[in-house]
Design a protein around this ligand. Structure first.
Ligand SMILES: NC(=O)c1ccc[n+]([C@@H]2O[C@H](COP(=O)([O-])OP(=O)(O)OC[C@H]3O[C@@H](n4cnc5c(N)ncnc54)[C@H](O)[C@@H]3O)[C@@H](O)[C@H]2O)c1
Ligand SMILES: [Zn+2]
Length: 365
């Protein structure tokens, strides 16, 4: 088993990665969970169907019970109303201040269950057990939780670092194809911002990774988590370093919002966003053309991506109301090489419009 430390001011913990880990979850958590605490797994139907019993059985064999609490599937269940429902369910099942929440699912479950844990009886521990690729390489690590408002995504939330994170690459076998592919774009991000080895692994093995080769997948997930853990350890609250994780996200988020979150999965929008950022970087002479070719080539090697059919001026306008904007100027993470990026605050609207036109063209090719 690989253990990757995350050290933040509020808590130090480990991300455990191993194929088959879910089956031995109880053993892996033996020294981490308080011995008498009641355990509540928050999950969703598709995850419960495939993996709920595996988790329960692991704890049963260790003489402990896991109670399963289900929430509805989908981004639309990331609401404060859902948080209230789950809180009431926990109370009616007898949860107390010593209880622990196990967040078994993708980013939606992780964000909602993490938020719930951070406020339930003023805060109880959570263990993140991510079951999507996005959640394993990204959302389960770093302690960000949140729900959406009508006016925007993740506008209510907390920082609540988990007791531990358990990542079992085997659970990705049941993930729908589009969800899986979408996670690969998030994985790629780490290659561009920090780790050329991740980039090269993905460059050399696109076929095998698309076929979910389990050994390669374990290596990829482990290396991505190392980068995320490193960045989060250096900057828990996203004041500086952590911003590089937004590579591909400035335009990615705008694409998602401009299409009412209906056309792209998050990772797919990030895929296009990474190309757009690269095109902007090239135009501003920050990204050399060889680096740009490699990044664009890598994204396209993991296609298909949904077609981009948006108004590029609409995208440019949206960027001015981005939550991650600093002082009214959106920040862009632009590649200066494979494994290196720069944070740039002044990108002319025209460069954004041209980059969006470019991805529109590529998406129709
Ligand atoms: N907190 C953070 O730092 C952070 C970072 C990135 C993304 N996020 C959030 O994560 C969310 C997206 O997460 P996601 O991409 O994991 O989507 P998701 O949680 O909606 O999961 C996608 C779908 O896959 C199903 N599923 C999950 N695991 C499965 C499995 N092993 N087998 C079969 N089906 C499975 C789910 O039930 C769901 O239908 C967004 O809300 C985003 O805001 C948070
Ligand atoms: Zn993302």
């Amino acid at each position: 088993m690989t253990r990757i430390p995350v050290q933040t001011l509020s808590r130090s913990y480990e991300v455990l990665v191993e194929r088959g880990l879910l089956r031995s979850a109880a053993a892996a958590l033996r020294d981490i969970l308080p011995p008498d605490s009641r355990l509540f797994a928050v999950t969703q139907a598709p995850v419960r169907k495939h993996w709920g019993d595996v988790l329960r059985k692991s704890f049963n064999e260790a003489g402990r019970t896991v109670e399963v609490v289900e929430m509805p599937d989908g981004e639309r269940s990331k609401t404060l109303a859902q948080l209230e429902k789950l809180g009431s369910k926990l109370v009616s099942r007898g949860a107390d201040r010593q209880s622990v929440i196990l967040a078994l699912g993708g980013g939606v479950v992780g964000d909602v269950a993490g938020f719930l844990a951070s406020v339930f009886m003023r805060g109880i521990p959570v263990v993140q057990i991510p079951t999507t690729l996005v959640a394993q390489v990204d959302s389960a690590i770093g302690g960000k939780t949140g729900v959406n408002l009508k006016s925007g995504k993740n506008l209510l939330g907390t920082f609540h670092q988990p007791l531990a994170v358990l990542a079992d690459p085997d659970v990705l076998a049941t993930l729908p194809e589009r969800e899986y592919r979408s996670g690969l774009f998030e994985a790629m991000k780490y290659g561009v911002i920090r780790d050329p080895a991740v980039f090269e692994l993905m460059e050399a093995n696109s076929d095998a990774l698309l076929h979910r080769d389990s050994a390669l997948l374990e290596t990829l997930i482990t290396e991505c988590i190392r980068v995320k853990a490193d960045v989060v350890s250096a900057d828990e609250r996203e004041s500086g370093e952590r911003r590089i994780l937004n590579f591909g996200h400035t335009i990615g988020h705008a694409l998602e919002a401009e299409t009412d979150y209906k056309q792209f999965l998050h990772g797919e929008a990030v895929g296009w966003g990474m190309i757009a950022a690269t095109v902007i970087g090239m135009g501003m002479q920050i990204t050399d053309s060889l680096t740009a070719q490699r990044i664009i080539g890598l994204v396209l090697a993991y296609a298909p991506l949904p077609r981009v059919d948006v108004n590029s001026e609409g995208i440019a306008k949206r960027l001015l109301s981005d939550k991650k904007t600093v002082g009214g100027v959106p920040h862009f993470i632009l590649p200066t090489g494979v494994g290196k990026v720069e944070v740039v605050n002044i990108v002319p609207a025209r460069a954004v419009i041209e980059a969006v036109e470019e991805i529109k063209k590529l998406s129709k090719a």
